[in-house]
Every structure is written in structure tokens, then in C-alpha cells.
Design a protein around this ligand. Sequence first.
Ligand code: IDP
Ligand code: MG
Length: 138
Amino acid sequence: MEETLLIIKPDGVQRNLVGEVLRIVESNGLQIVNIKMLKLSREKAEEFYSVHKGKSFFERLINFMVSGPVVVVRLKGKNAVSKLRKIMGRTDPNEAEPGTIRRMYGLDVTRNTVHGSDNPEHAKKEIHFFFGEEAWER
Ligand code: IDP
Ligand code: MG
């Protein structure tokens, strides 16, 4: 069983899409292991997205991610990482497949409603980032 990290970004929380995103995720066979709502500090957001530091969209991304609360979700399931990426769709909602979360709900390439880990290694790190030691203890 693989694990992955989902974040419902500020635009999703703000538009009352938490239930809808979780419904889609759960109905695709991914199970919620842990979940919480929080507001990212600028420092935490920059650390989480540190691989994108220096890119043209970095400031816009960080400003967006600290603009309101997010919901972080630890998920498990068969091929959880690739399954979540598939149901999310591509980064730019305009390029995402019909029926994907980003295509249905994303507003633009920044405000694209959800984050999902891009590989199992990063998933472990991201789960630990938000759920700390309890992530290892389970
Ligand atoms: P991903 O979320 O599909 O993995 P990444 O390339 O890891 O995409 O980028 C992280 C986040 O940064 C995206 O989800 C999006 O919010 C934002 N982002 C990525 N590329 C752009 C861009 O070209 N313009 C504006 N924002 C972007
Ligand atoms: Mg990414």
C-alpha cells in the first residue's frame, strides 16, 4: 500500500470544495489516513515549495498558498501517488483532462485547487513535513 499527500489549496477551501475533492479522492479508492486544516506561514510555504525557489512563478505561488487556510490529507491506496496525480490532472487547468479536479475546479495555473506528491519519495517527505513524528509511528 502506497501513501501520498494531498493539499486542498486556499482557492478550494475558500470555494467550499473540500467535501467535493475528498469525495472524488475517496471514490477513486484512496483512503484518508489523517487530515487537518491549517494556515501556512510564509516560511513553511517556502520550505514546502523550495524546489521551485528562483522560478518566475515562485512569489505568486507562495502569496497564494499563504492567502487562506489549506486542508492537508494523508492518503493511502494502491499506486496512491500516480492515482492522485491522474485524478488531479495537469498543473494548468486548461491543459488538464476533462473530468479531473483541476479541469473541473482550477481557476488558473496558480490557483489550481489541489497539490499531490509527484513521487513516492517526495510523498514520504511531504507527509512527514505536515504530520511530523506521528507519520513514522503509524
Ligand atoms: P504540480 O502542482 O502539478 O506538481 P509544479 O510544477 O510542482 O506543479 O508547481 C507547483 C505549483 O506551482 C503548481 O501547482 C501551481 O500552483 C504553481 N505553478 C506551477 N507552474 C506555474 C506557472 O507556470 N505559473 C504560475 N504558477 C505555476
Ligand atoms: Mg509538483
